[in-house]
Design a protein around this ligand. Structure first.
Ligand code: ADP
Ligand code: ZN
Length: 624
């Protein structure tokens, strides 16, 4: 599900600080200046006491000029009766002072008190204190720094906390509003879905008309379909066609670590949608919030329930024709809470399926609009060769092809690039740096050739497209088959042949090299899954007959699977295993017999593979 960045959604652009921030900065500056002055003023004040040497001070005492002294520890501060002027050797100007300060010698001076007494100087004493402004500054500054950092961090944490508190309120991040137009021209295929929503579009264009007639438009639409089939695109196109704002949110966006956030986001989303009505709210991945309640396991569960409850109450809370239409998308309608599907909620269900050949052609045409294609490119042929591709896959295919063409510095995209892009998407990127020994390559070649010969010779197998021993993605080699048309049902014969093709790799190894390797792991897993399904779900085994002993669907999501007990007995389970094994063994034997019949072609194909690494389906068929 794509989330195209849209103009209009708010980004992280730096904004000028708001007023209150500027005011707060001013306050901080004032406080700092105040502190500074408070520390330095006394130091400045001290200047008033002119420092003189002890002898000078004693002279002043003897001259009887000293009026008052303050003895504080070793420091003496004296106030003279009048201002004196003394010439200081180093200075040009004489120094004038009336208040002076000096220090008592460290060993003390026995005469001092007697002299002061004699001159009748007024003596004040104060206990010695370490109280020095310098010390304060020295100690206080680091402390102040620490304090500031502390405050800073606290404020940051608060800001974060506020952010956490405000996620529910923040409108910018949790959903995206689009007013830009996507139209039905951008959506290929999906004719049924387009028809279904015509009425809805008419309503959104002119809600008043419906109101007058007392008609009520359903508020909830559920788009059901595999990922990438254009559900989001369709919802966007509905908004575009009706020319109303489109609010896009993904179910997983509601899942926050804080309980209650999701709920408040839902509330805000709907508030804004209502104020912009008529409008469309699109909820992608509805299943991530809308799962059956009480079925999940582990955390996030309360949060989900609250979010879901909020959503339900929003859906219920619409007055008729309030103008907000909720469209939701999911690919797992089976896990949705039944409450969501009740009348008045998501009661209209629209299926959005993987595109058919003709729809694929149209989709390719739409996405090829901006891309220069070689005249020999036939999109219809591309569409035929891409069964099972979703709209998103097809877009991706053309994009890959464009990139490949750009890398080759071509002016336009040719069929070769499209083919390569498809291989890349289907089989994964070529893996480099893998060095195989000759022996290993031979094994690999026989394995893949085994698959390929069977795919080419068995009547009901999907036609062979290509076989390769170039390591790609997780696989060391690939045999690629392409169905001729889209398939919805599989007959027993097809399934048998498919199993034989899957087992063909290992069968060839054993037949020719008389040994087997570990390279068949994926094949074996695939084969057992398929055989199991044949027995369990499709009633395709003799001993079980038409009975499907399985309970439940495949792929039930975790919580439910654990809660759900399989409803067959142990002995049935044993029988099931025997049956699966029998089916696989049979397929294996068929594969071996078939390969023996085409032994020459097998050997020839292996030689070509070893040389060229990749062989076309047509060439393999010629060999046979
Ligand atoms: P979903 O929501 O079903 O997962 P999206 O709507 O996100 O799928 O589809 C992803 C992209 O695939 C779309 O943006 C669009 O480019 C392309 N796409 C999918 N289906 C179609 C379609 N029917 N017609 C045109 N483009 C499509
Ligand atoms: Zn294989």
């Amino acid at each position: 599900m794509s989330t195209d960045p849209t103009p209009g959604s708010s980004g992280d652009r730096p904004t000028p600080p708001p007023d209150f921030v500027r005011r707060r900065r001013l306050i901080w500056v004032l406080i700092l200046t105040g502190l500074f002055l408070w520390i330095w003023m006394p130091l400045l004040e001290r200047e008033e006491w002119t420092p003189v040497d002890y002898t000078t001070f004693l002279e002043h005492v003897e001259e009887g000029r000293v009026e008052r002294v303050l003895l504080e520890g070793d420091e003496i501060r004296a106030t003279l009766a009048d201002t004196v002027e003394t010439a200081v050797p180093d200075l040009d100007e004489p120094v004038r002072y009336r208040r002076l300060s000096t220090w008592v010698p460290a060993m003390g001076d026995d005469r001092l008190l007697g002299m002061l007494d004699e001159q009748a100087v007024e003596i004040q004493t104060e206990p010695e204190s370490d109280f020095s402004w310098w010390w304060i500054a020295l100690y206080a500054l680091p402390a102040l720094f620490i304090l500031f950092f502390f405050l800073y961090f606290i404020r940051r944490m608060q800001a974060q906390g506020q952010q956490m508190m405000s996620v529910g309120k923040s409108t910018a991040k949790s959903y995206e509003r689009t007013d830009e137009a996507t139209t039905f021209d951008d959506v290929a295929g999906q004719e049924a879905a387009k028809r279904e929503v015509q009425e809805l579009i008419a309503f959104l264009r002119d809600p008043g008309r419906f109101e007058k007639l007392g008609g009520e438009i359903p508020t909830g639409f559920l788009l059901v379909g595999p990922p990438g089939t254009g559900k989001t695109l369709l919802a966007r196109a509905i908004a575009g066609e009706a020319d109303v704002p489109f609010f896009h949110v993904s179910g997983s966006d509601f899942m926050e670590m804080l309980v209650g956030v999701g709920a408040s986001r839902v509330r805000n989303l709907f508030e804004e949608a209502k104020s912009a009505a008529p409008s469309i709210v699109f909820i992608d991945e509805l299943d991530s919030i809308g799962r059956k309640r009480g079925a999940g396991l582990g955390g996030g569960h309360d949060e989900r329930e609250q979010t879901l409850n909020q959503l339900l109450s929003e859906l219920d809370g619409f007055e008729p024709n309030s103008g907000v239409v909720v469209v939701a998308a999911t690919n797992r309608p089976d896990v949705l809470d039944p409450a969501l599907l009740r009348p008045g909620r998501f009661d209209r269900r629209i299926t959005v399926d993987l595109p058919s050949v003709s729809a694929r052609t149209e989709i390719l045409e739409i996405h090829a609009r901006q891309k220069p294609l070689d005249p020999d490119v036939e999109l219809e042929q591309v569409a035929r060769g891409t069964p099972g591709f979703s709209g998103a896959d097809l877009r991706n295919l053309l994009n890959e092809a464009a990139l490949l063409a750009a890398r080759k510095e071509r002016e336009s995209i040719s069929m070769t690039e499209i083919e390569d892009a498809r291989d890349k998407i289907l089989m994964g990127l070529e893996r480099e740096g893998i060095v195989l020994t000759d022996d290993e390559r031979r094994h690999l070649a026989y394995h893949e050739a085994g698959h390929a010969i069977l795919a080419a010779t068995l009547e009901h197998a999907d036609p062979l497209h290509k076989v390769s021993i170039v390591p790609r993605g997780r696989a060391m080699g690939v045999t690629q088959q392409l169905p001729e048309k889209d398939r919805y049902l599989h007959s027993r014969e097809e399934l048998d042949d498919r199993l034989a093709v899957i087992m063909g790799g290992r069968a060839a190894e054993e037949l020719v090299l008389e040994t087997i390797t570990s390279g068949a792991e994926d094949d074996l897993r695939q084969a057992s899954n398929m055989a199991r399904r044949m027995v369990l779900h499709w009633g395709m085994s003799e001993s079980f007959g038409q009975v499907a002993p399985a309970g439940g669907r495949e792929q039930v999501f975790l919580g439910e699977e654990i809660a759900q007990r399989r409803d067959y007995s142990d002995s049935t389970a044993r029988e099931l295993d025997t049956e699966v094994r029998r089916i696989i063994d049979e397929a294996y034997e068929r594969a071996k017999t078939q390969l023996e019949k085409h032994r020459d072609a097998l050997d020839a194909l292996v030689e070509i593979l070893l040389e060229e690494e990749e062989v076309d389906g047509d060439r393999v068929r010629e060999l046979i």
